[in-house]
Design a binder for this molecule. Structure first.
Ligand SMILES: [Fe+2]
Length: 303
């Protein structure tokens, strides 16, 4: 199949053209896309035309699909497809309106972390001809590389606790979100988990900084005060401008990103009447990790 992968020239991102994602892809093409995703972090496939089922089938090639707890916003009959939207019908929200509006990486709060998110943009808000609601990313390969040697040494072998409730509470407190507090049952269903702070990326074989402001609450092997100071340093370090890349949406873009090598932020710069409608599948990193979170023995080059 004749297709091209063109890097953006920025720290992250490449444009994939010449593929029709509504059709099953040959295995070799699929392997090339996995490698490109590890290398570029963010892949955009413009001008796609996908049904929800076709979106689900494409995303499902990359691993097990997550079924989100917010079942009010699932595509009817296809619970793996979630609707992200600020639109309403008969006064009822059509989708989750405030997903991901601060720096985080998906599912770091779970033993089985996320591999990739696959988003299909159907309605994109615009003002004065410019599209709104960018998805921003930071490059965690580069953020690890850019750490001062003494920090690399100090944090080597350490683990961090990630907690789903941190982001949830931040949205309630700072963003005036309508989300209710998590119930004790919901909290019990998502207990905090630990992951290595520096992870060997399963596709590139290189180190990444696996921490994020949304969910990381504690470096386990440090005192609380040292951990707070170290996390504050890491959060500032990893979101510096030289690690950033902003994706500007066009209708019919399919955008996918690697959650292990990047963190992301959904920019909330559009108003309620500026409509956005995006379908999303979330893919767990089941091709790289066992259920308990230990890495599978796959050579990075053939992952
Ligand atoms: Fe997210």
């Amino acid at each position: 199949m004749d297709f091209t992968i063109t890097p953006t020239g920025a720290t992250l991102g490449a444009r994939v053209e010449g593929l029709d994602l509504s059709k099953p892809l040959p295995d070799k093409t699929f392997q090339t896309l996995v490698q490109a995703l590890g290398r570029h972090g963010v892949l955009k496939y413009p001008k796609q035309n996908l049904s929800s089922q076709q979106l689900r089938d494409f995303a499902g090639r990359f691993g097990e699909l997550e079924i989100n707890v917010a079942n009010a916003y699932q595509e009817p009959g296809l619970p793996e497809v979630m609707i992200l939207s600020n639109m309403k019908q008969d006064d009822k929200p059509l989708g989750l309106a405030d997903a991901g509006q601060d720096w985080h990486t998906d599912m770091s709060y779970s033993n089985m972390i996320a591999f990739t998110n696959v988003l299909y943009g159907i309605t994109i808000p615009r003002r004065d001809g410019k599209s709104l609601g960018n998805t921003e990313f930071c490059n965690m390969h580069a953020a690890y590389e850019g750490l001062p040697a003494e920090w690399k040494e100090r944090l080597e072998g350490k683990t961090a606790t990630h907690d789903f409730n941190k982001f949830w509470e931040m949205m309630r407190r700072e963003r005036g979100s309508a989300r209710p507090p998590l119930t004790p049952e919901q909290r019990a269903a998502k207990p905090p988990v630990s992951h290595p702070l520096f992870m060997t990326h399963p596709i590139t074989g290189k180190r990444v900084l696996y921490a994020n402001p949304g969910y990381a609450i504690r470096i386990n092997e440090m005192s609380e005060a040292d951990s707070d100071a170290a996390l504050a340093f890491l959060f500032e370090h990893q979101t510096q401008p030289q690690y950033r890349f902003a994706n500007q949406w066009e209708e019919h873009d399919l955008l996918m990103w690697d959650n292990m090598g990047t963190i992301h932020n959904a920019v909330a710069d559009y108003l309620p009447h500026e409509h956005r409608f995006i379908k999303r599948c979330q893919v767990a990193a089941t091709r790289f990790f066992h259920a308990d979170g230990t890495p599978r023995e796959t050579a990075p080059a053939t992952a």
